[in-house]
Design a protein around this ligand. Sequence first.
Ligand SMILES: Nc1ncnc2c1ncn2[C@@H]1O[C@H](COP(=O)(O)OP(=O)(O)OP(=O)(O)O)[C@@H](O)[C@H]1O
Ligand SMILES: [Mg+2]
Length: 270
Amino acid sequence: MQQTAVVETGVGAQAEPARNVKVSAENCSVFYGDKQALFDVNLDIMANEVTALIGPSGCGKSTFLRCINRMNDTIDICRVSGRLMLENDDIYDPALDVVHLRARIGMVFQKPNPFPTSIYQNIAYGPSIHGLVASKSDLDEIVERSLRRAALWEEVKDRLDQPGTGLSGGQQQRLCIARAIAVQPEVILMDEPCSALDPIATARIEELIDELRQNFTIVIVTHSMQQAARVSQRTAFFHLGVLVEHGETDQIFTNPAHDKTRDYLTGRFG
Ligand SMILES: Nc1ncnc2c1ncn2[C@@H]1O[C@H](COP(=O)(O)OP(=O)(O)OP(=O)(O)O)[C@@H](O)[C@H]1O
Ligand SMILES: [Mg+2]
């Protein structure tokens, strides 16, 4: 006999927009040697949203961020336990190609770090090595599209052959963002991407982050509460390696569930 699923629609029920989990962490713990830096973190990161990771220095924000694209693999003494999933793929599956994973989950660092090559080559390198292009005109198109999306095209279109390192700090960071999006990642991780920038350059990057979430899932570490409030839809507060709470940014900022979160947000520590 066939089973029939009963779907209760409910009269007048509002259709909720679909919320998809892009990355999920289950009991994620991290050790550096015998020192534990993260304790059983459980966190779902939603697709096409910006999630802000906040908390005092040393609480494990960067450590958690680096778990997501296995950048911690590059630290000899680092060991990760628990489970991290990128949709249906186990991020720590030994059979997974880490280079491919990092193309799916790109990263932007605190200090802009363009390659010591031309602006064009900075963007073209990733798509070339990942085999995303068939011809020079494909590549030209990707370079232009990535620079446009990173709101840098107009400023650099006449000097694509000049070194990326010759740009201003804010431009270099937008170049790094363009480089990250050129390989069409699904997730972009940003570790304090504005901390080396002035307020004007910061505002541009924040605008950009807001636009990018249409196409990407973004996780950003920030020390600026204002920035977290401005750019993110969800916020996760860490303290001493523990994820104290997470939720909608508005709720975390106006009505946190934990005193520790409130104390941090009101500047009582950190
Ligand atoms: N490479 C490493 N080797 C050993 N310990 C580390 C390493 N990286 C981080 N740690 C330790 O792990 C803990 C969490 O550090 P992490 O860098 O993740 O904190 P954070 O929240 O990003 O801090 P900050 O806001 O200062 O960047 C800290 O106690 C730190 O000393
Ligand atoms: Mg950090």
